[in-house]
Write a protein that binds this ligand. Structure first.
Ligand code: HEC
Length: 247
C-alpha cells in the first residue's frame, strides 16, 4: 500500500514537472500558436535587415555597427511590438516548447548576421547580396536543420531554386495570389492531424520593386531578371511544418 502511494505521489510529481518544463506533448492549439510566433519572429528578422538595407549597402562606411547583438535587440523589439510577448521575460510568458523553438530561431538568425559581419562591414562595395531574402533563406535552413520544424520562404517562380514550392505550397500560393492581401496565415492539419502546415503570405512593397518590379526581365542589382511585380501583389509566403507527434 505504502509502495502504491509512493508511486502515485511520484507520478503526480512527474506530471507536475512535465507540465512545468513542457516535456508533455504540445496541444494542437499550442502547436498552431508556435507556428504563428515562429513566422512572426522570422519576419521580424527580415524586417530588421530591410530597415538597414541602405546602411548595409553604403560603400563609404566600414564598420556599420550592425552587430549580432544590435540585430538581436531590434528583432526582440519588433517581436514585442507585434505580439506583445517579451522573449526575455523571466519567468517566461510562453510554454517552454514554444519558447525553446523561438530562442533557437533567434540564435540561428543572429548567427547569420554574425557570419555576414565581414561582408557587411566591407568598405568600397555597394550591393553585398545581404538582403532580407538571402538572410531569410540561411536563417530558415539553419533553424530547420536543428529542430523538428521545417521552415522556408517560398514563391511560385523562385529566384533561388531551394525556395521551390512543394505541391501543397504551390496550391496555397495560387489561392493566396487570387485573394486580397491578408496578414492572417493559412493554418491546416494534414495527414489525419499528424502534420501542421502554415503559410504566412508576404506582399511586395515599394522598396521591393527596385529588384522585383519593372521593367520585367531586365536584370536587377542582384543579377536576377525582374519579375514585373506591383505593390501589394503576393511576393511569396513563409511556410512552416510541425509534426504533431514530436516530443
Ligand atoms: C536588392 C534586390 C532585392 C530587393 C530590394 C528585394 N529582393 Fe526579394 N529577392 C532578391 C534575391 C536576389 C532573391 C533570391 C535570394 C536567394 O538567393 O535566396 C530574392 C528572393 C525573394 C523571395 C524568396 C523566393 C525566391 O524567389 O527565391 C521572396 C519571397 C522575396 N524575395 C520577396 C521580396 C520582398 C517582399 C521584398 C521587399 C520587402 C524584396 N524581396 C526585396 C532580391 C531582392
Amino acid at each position: 500500500m505504502v509502495l502504491v502511494k509512493g508511486f502515485s505521489a511520484l507520478g503526480l510529481i512527474l506530471v507536475l514537472f512535465w507540465s512545468q518544463t513542457g516535456w508533455a506533448q504540445s496541444s494542437p492549439t499550442q502547436t498552431e500558436q508556435t507556428a504563428e510566433l515562429l513566422a512572426t519572429l522570422f519576419n521580424a528578422g527580415r524586417v530588421v535587415v530591410e530597415r538597414h538595407q541602405s546602411l548595409i549597402n553604403d560603400p563609404r562606411i566600414g564598420d556599420k555597427e550592425f552587430t549580432p547583438a544590435v540585430f538581436e535587440q531590434l528583432v526582440l523589439d519588433e517581436f514585442l511590438h507585434q505580439t506583445h510577448i517579451d522573449l526575455k521575460a523571466s519567468p517566461p510568458s510562453l510554454p517552454s516548447p514554444t519558447k525553446d523553438l523561438l530562442v533557437l530561431l533567434l540564435h540561428a538568425s543572429k548567427e547569420v548576421v554574425a557570419e555576414a559581419q565581414f561582408v557587411i562591414n566591407q568598405r568600397g562595395i555597394g550591393y553585398k547580396n545581404f538582403i532580407p531574402a538571402t538572410f531569410g533563406s540561411q536563417a530558415a535552413r539553419r533553424f530547420s536543420n536543428r529542430s523538428h520544424v521545417t521552415m522556408k520562404q517560398t514563391t511560385l517562380n523562385p529566384r533561388n531554386l531551394k525556395n521551390t514550392p512543394d505541391a501543397y505550397e504551390e496550391t496555397m500560393l495560387k489561392q493566396l495570389a487570387k485573394k486580397p492581401a491578408s496578414t492572417v496565415p493559412i493554418v491546416e492539419w494534414l495527414d489525419g492531424g499528424r502534420l501542421l502546415r502554415t503559410m504566412l503570405p508576404i506582399y511586395y512593397a515599394e522598396d521591393c520593386l527596385t529588384c522585383h518590379g519593372n521593367p520585367k526581365g531586365i536584370l536587377d542589382i542582384s543579377g536576377y531578371p525582374r519579375e514585373g511585380a506591383q505593390v501589394g501583389e503576393l511576393a511569396g509566403a513563409i511556410s512552416i511544418q510541425i509534426p504533431a507527434d514530436h516530443r
